[in-house]
Design a protein. Structure first.
Length: 151
């Protein structure tokens, strides 16, 4: 099954970052600067770790990292970081979004988090899951039973 080309995950992230920047220009409650700075550095570090671990695992397993063509996967990766999250690359994007929110010290912009998760689930992950089920069948279903979609 070919993934319907909708909004690529990186574009969805960029849309949400723009949304966050707009929200942070509106009046509303703010985080203390020092707390926002600390949380932004922390979530950036987590984002980088998740992204690197996921990309390295896919490269060592020699399978595709292209989110728009999951049907080209040659192997179901279930070890390493993928033993904890089925979507660590998207989790990294979510952490990066949180980094921007904290960097902007905005509490109101946290509304972008559930929006990102819901849209990513609907526009990307569900289609990927169908493609991977078609490719790997029961093995993928068992993996889904063991490992959560996000964390």
């Amino acid at each position: 099954m070919q993934l319907k080309k909708k909004i690529p995950p990186v574009i969805l992230l960029l849309i949400h970052i723009v949304f966050v920047i707009i929200l942070t220009r509106l009046p509303g409650p703010k985080l203390p600067s020092l707390l926002g700075d600390f949380l932004s550095v922390l979530t950036l570090a987590v984002a980088l770790i998740f992204a690197l671990l996921a990309l390295i695992k896919f490269k060592t397993e020699k399978t595709t990292v292209n989110p728009l063509q999951p049907e080209q996967a040659t192997k179901l990766v279930t070890s390493g970081i993928y033993a904890r999250s089925r979507n660590p690359m998207y989790l990294a994007m979510l952490c990066y979004l949180l980094c921007v929110i904290f960097w902007r010290n905005s509490i109101m912009a946290l509304i972008a988090v559930p929006s990102f998760v819901l849209l990513m689930n609907k526009l990307q992950i569900e289609a990927e899951e169908l493609a991977l089920t078609d490719l790997f069948g029961q093995q993928y279903r068992e993996y889904c039973d063991r490992v959560r979609r996000w964390i």
